[in-house]
Write a protein that binds this ligand. Structure first.
Ligand code: SIN
Ligand code: MN
Length: 290
């Protein structure tokens, strides 16, 4: 799926594009039905909500689950980002966020590129997220919130919050958020939250400021996020475990458009378990060949 000029302009202006109902119910079912078994695994890659059993985020399923390995190569998710970044892509991060009914906790205001820069030494903001909803998303179950146009500020000041939730994040202070929202239109569009049926897709800039509230509703809000990075922009440090920040910079080869419904062969390198090396980390920058 390729983007037209008007979509590219809209992305430049707002920092995101929303595609309601892009994947059919039959396609999303192949993914949703695999989630409970993945979430039941007691593995490091399943991060649970603070003090609770509900899964907050589950990493790297594209390396051990067939339906998610196919999604990671889906042309509707990969091609628009190739168009925007003008380069082949590798998978920097892959996660299935739970935002479980009653238990799903907040994601504080942040920019993803802030974390990719500070933790992973990713050189430039040539990476972005593509999200797909596996449940219907409404105002009740903790939808993502964006500050339109905030990506144009580049990387803003952030603080490493390791206590508020179970997942550490470089978060942005309230004063700056208030200022950014005001500049984006205040009560008239300064915050937006794309809502729609399961199967909807959002593509958003690595510097777009975003957050989500807790989910007090009786409805889960499972969403998958592919964080795609231009291959020349690969990370320069392995400070985080490999299941969070990937170290394989091989370009993604897309599958045909019907790949969620037909049995295409995919590699599942972690099918029989995650290698011990995935837990090894280092604070040193990579030594790259000159
Ligand atoms: C994220 O910002 O990485 C996740 C936010 C969410 O799933 O609500
Ligand atoms: Mn984020």
């Amino acid at each position: 799926m390729r983007l037209g000029a008007a979509q590219k302009e809209q992305f430049e202006r707002d920092g995101y594009l929303f595609f309601p109902g892009l994947f059919t119910p039959a396609e999303t079912r192949t993914l949703t039905s695999a989630v409970p078994e993945l979430y039941s695994r007691r593995e490091a890659y399943n991060v649970r909500e603070k003090g609770k059993d509900a899964v907050r985020t589950s990493f790297a399923a594209h390396l051990y689950s067939e339906p998610f390995a196919r999604l990671a190569r889906h042309p509707r998710m990969i091609e628009p980002v190739e168009d925007l970044l003008g380069e082949e892509l590798y998978m920097h991060q892959f996660k299935i966020n739970g935002k479980a009914a009653f238990d799903g906790d907040v994601w504080q205001w942040h920019q993803d590129y802030g974390t990719w820069l500070n933790d992973d030494l990713m050189p430039a903001e040539r990476a972005m997220n593509v999200a797909i909803f596996l449940d219907d998303v409404s105002e009740f179950n903790g939808p993502l919130m964006f500050i339109p146009g905030s990506h144009k500020r580049g990387v803003v000041d952030a603080r490493h919050d390791q206590t508020t939730t179970s997942y550490p994040l470089w978060t942005i202070g309230n004063e700056l958020i208030a200022q950014l929202v005001d500049r984006a239109g205040g009560k008239n569009g300064g915050i937006v939250s794309p809502k729609g049926p399961a199967g909807s897709m959002i593509l958003f800039h690595g510097c777009l400021v975003h957050a989500s509230g807790s989910n007090l509703s009786p409805w889960n809000r499972v969403s998958v996020y592919l964080s795609l990075c231009a291959i020349s922009n690969h990370i320069r440090r392995f400070k985080r475990p490999e299941y969070i920040a990937h170290r394989d910079f091989t370009p993604i080869e897309t599958l045909p458009d019907d790949c969620l419904l037909k049995d295409y062969r995919v590699d599942l390198p972690w099918k029989n378990g995650m290698p011990a090396s995935a837990l090894e980390t280092s604070t040193d920058a990579l030594k790259l060949a000159a």
